[in-house]
Design a protein around this ligand. Structure first.
Ligand SMILES: *[C@@H]1O[C@H](CO)[C@@H](O)[C@H](O)[C@H]1NC(C)=O
Ligand SMILES: *[C@@H]1O[C@H](CO)[C@@H](O)[C@H](O)[C@H]1NC(C)=O
Ligand SMILES: *[C@@H]1O[C@H](CO)[C@@H](O)[C@H](O)[C@H]1NC(C)=O
Length: 456
């Protein structure tokens, strides 16, 4: 698709989005509460106003009712606390100056998790032109933010107490603020950092690990609006980082759902991680294909501690020096809380004289996960990582089925062993194995496990 076509598409999409969000009206009747500037883009254009960044402040004292915040208010009455860390939320591209309902959701999730100041950067005007014009604006936005941060520092906030969370293009805005502070900012989290016009950019112009003491990024749409290269110390590629479960993939689905669903998934997964109902852990690996093939099964490069999405310091890893641009992979489910259990299936068969296909199904009550192994004559050992909704110890049965083509006689398959283990693989844990199985066409084999989840 030509770049111009994409811009047109984007514009159409955002008209759709703004019509969806317009009526949602959170905190409707309280006129005192500040909101993202909703002045229409066209009005701005008429006024020829220059880019002006505005800020909203939310704290535990006013989590339902944002306060306008600017450097003149630093000394005056404000909920801002200099003894608390500060989270700075930066949104991305929004062509029609509509506000973003997720902003409140993210801010409130942060406040539930930690007692912090949440500053929401409102640059809707700057983010509301054609994408290429917006990209020209983003450094100006970063400059204006850095003036405010400087001011807050003069009053006692430490650079390391700032954590920027940038969505899409907002991630590169955060990166440039980081560059302006020489990497002294505490942390930057990029939620599907924007790809178009940034992938080939110099690290000075995009988010990179030198922008903060710790940079993490979540990638969910790296083949379209997201960036495909790692940009942080740790980069989580969810389901490979391109296409997300539950986002319509058919040609007949609306482009709206298709495009925005993948891109915005990073944000929803992050909010879910902040909610803290389960752990979203990544496994380091050089590629998604190798990860799926079970070539990467532990977090040895991090001395055994796997990075976890969320607010724990340095994603929970404690190696020094920190890794750079380390890709980590995880599979997710299609809806909140998104956590899946990674189960490695290892199948070993006796040599075959023709190719065959075997389906493996893991069951936990009504939940099933299946995968079809395509067996070749030259290979006898197969591995695959599956996302199962329950833990290994809750798997009640495993079923194997010979699913080879009907049209030629497929021989029986002799399975020497089928083993399952949970990722990350821990040294003292033995896989669960069943040995010596013959599976004939039309006669599925299944085995029940009697297991109890460990209470040590
Ligand atoms: C979005 O706009 C609506 C209606 O103008 C407003 O009630 C709401 O508070 C705004 N949300 C944010 C996050 O600014
Ligand atoms: C939006 O920003 C413009 C320009 O800074 C300002 O004049 C206007 O009052 C703002 N509107 C709201 C609703 O905050
Ligand atoms: C996070 O928790 C809040 C409050 O319990 C809930 O409204 C929201 O839907 C949750 N979001 C996700 C993505 O889990």
């Amino acid at each position: 698709m030509l770049w111009e076509d994409k811009v047109v598409l984007l514009t159409v999409l955002f008209i759709h989005i703004s019509s969806l969000t317009a009526g949602s009206g959170e905190g409707q009747d309280n006129v005192q509460c500040a909101a993202l500037n909703s002045t229409r883009w066209l009005e701005y254009r008429r006024q020829r106003a220059t880019l002006q960044v505005q800020y909203l402040l939310l704290t535990r004292k006013n989590s339902d009712c944002a306060q306008r915040f600017n450097q003149d208010l630093v000394n005056k009455q404000s909920y801002f606390s200099f003894s608390h860390p500060t989270k700075v939320i930066i949104h991305g591209y929004r062509p029609l100056g509509s506000n973003a309902s997720w902003v409140t959701e993210l801010a409130q999730a942060l406040l539930r998790a930690q007692d912090v100041n949440v500053l929401v950067v409102d640059w809707l005007y700057g983010a509301s032109s054609a994408y290429n014009v917006v990209v020209e604006n983003y450094k100006e936005v970063a400059l204006q933010i850095s003036v405010l941060i400087n001011q807050l520092q003069k009053h006692g906030s430490k650079p390391e107490s700032f954590h920027f969370i940038g969505v899409s293009l907002g991630a590169h805005v955060a990166g440039f603020v980081g560059t302006l502070f020489g990497g002294t900012i505490g942390r930057i989290t990029g939620l599907d950092p924007a790809g178009p016009m940034f992938k080939g950019a110099d690290t000075y112009d995009r988010l990179d690990p030198s922008d903060a003491q710790f940079v993490d990024a979540i990638h969910t749409d790296s083949d379209y609006f997201g960036i495909s290269i790692p940009v942080g110390h740790v980069d989580y590629f969810l389901n490979g980082g391109q296409d997300q479960n539950g986002c319509a993939r058919s040609r007949f689905a609306t482009m709206f759902g298709y495009v925005i669903c993948d891109h915005m998934r990073a944000l929803h997964v992050y909010v879910s991680a902040l909610n803290g109902s389960c752990t979203l852990m990544g496994i380091p690996c050089s590629s998604y294909e190798d990860f799926l093939k079970g070539s990467c099964v532990d977090c040895g490069v991090f001395k055994g501690r796997c990075p976890v999405i969320g607010l724990s310091e340095n994603s929970g890893i404690s190696v020094s020096p920190l890794p750079k641009e380390q890709k980590v992979f995880l599979l997710t489910t299609s809806s909140a809380p998104f956590c899946a259990h990674h189960i490695l299936v290892k199948l070993e068969v006796s040599p075959l004289d023709k190719s065959a296909e075997v389906e493996v199904m893991l069951r936990t009550e009504s939940l099933g996960t299946e995968y079809r192994f395509k067996l070749q004559t030259a290979v006898t050992v197969y591995r695959r990582v599956l996302a199962h909704p329950a833990a290994l110890c809750e798997i009640h049965s495993i079923r194997l089925k010979n699913t080879g083509a009907r049209f030629y006689r497929q021989a029986d398959v002799h399975v020497k062993s089928v083993c399952i283990s949970a990722l990350p693989v821990l040294r003292h844990e033995e896989p669960l194995c069943v040995n010596n199985i013959n599976i004939r066409r039309g006669a599925p084999w299944s085995h029940d496990f009697v297991q109890v989840c460990g209470t040590l």
